[in-house]
Design a protein around this ligand. Sequence first.
Ligand code: COI
Length: 354
Amino acid sequence: MVETAKIKIRKKEQSSLPQVDFSNIVFGRVFSDHMFVADYRDGEWEDLRIEPYEAMQLTPGLISLHYAQTIFEGLKAYKNDKGDVMVFRPEMNLKRLNISAERMCMPQLPEDIYMQGLSELLRLDRNWVPNLPNTALYIRPFMFGTDEYIGLKSSETYRFIIFTCPVGAYYSKPVKVKFERHFTRAAKGGTGFAKTGGNYAGSLYPAKLAQEKGYDQLIWTDGIEHEYVEEAGTMNIMFVIGDTLITPHPGDSVLKGITRDSVLTLARDWGMKVEERRIKTSEIVEAIKNNTLKEAFGVGTAATIAHISLIADDETDYPLPPVESREFSNKALKALDDIKTGVTEDKFNWIYKL
Ligand code: COI
């Protein structure tokens, strides 16, 4: 790793760790003691520091609060049986953060600042990395414009932060989803491939309407014909039809998920047939009707693999095969867990050990 300017560290006086019940953690509600912060001014990242996780003073005129020049990432750290902290594919998140930054007209974050900030933060808060089954330390790097300016232009100053949260399961049970044929998550030529706040804000209202009808999330379809499957809620989506793993090709309206890439890599390594291509909603309904659809699941960092128990098309609900019968997704979930916690060899070089 390249040495960067020294990171100043201001420790929290009293850790909040004793108040955390690791056997009962709600996703995204518990925050570790510290955060890494860097500020961008005059074309340079500077003032690298680790400080207590706490409220920040922000001006009401903060440009990103108005025009959403914000990007974020999500990755996870685990512990192996020796207590070493293992981070899953952190370099992939930096790559995607910088792809998002380019699309949103924001500065690139250099690898040395990201890796050094992340490593120092995890070293300091290593006791926050849980080791119970189905738990992890969720890591949230993000960047936002910090100019005080009311008018549309890209900010000249930015803040980059990494904070962490010990988490349990994102979904407590398999999810019921519905094809969304009216609203659009991301348009061709839009920002769907970037991990930017606005994509998520725009998805809330359609998801709320689906939840009012008893579904957990939506299967987003393309913004032109609403005929082709794109994502499931905040995750990528995969199907096993016959003996083939099928997932939408990541164009500019689909986020290129790191869990997606990991699951596809495992499937190919196991000799499974894999297709990344356009998938019509009618193909899925046909496969359910003729019993060739064996599995459907979402893949993402927060949930890892979220089994889909039911897909609705217009007014018809189609229950899917029981989760226990799903050979591929159960095997992939176990394989990922075993790699992340050091139970099996890291043959793809996915783990960054602190
Ligand atoms: C993730 O899966 O890490 C995400 O960023 C989705 C978010 C809604 C938790």
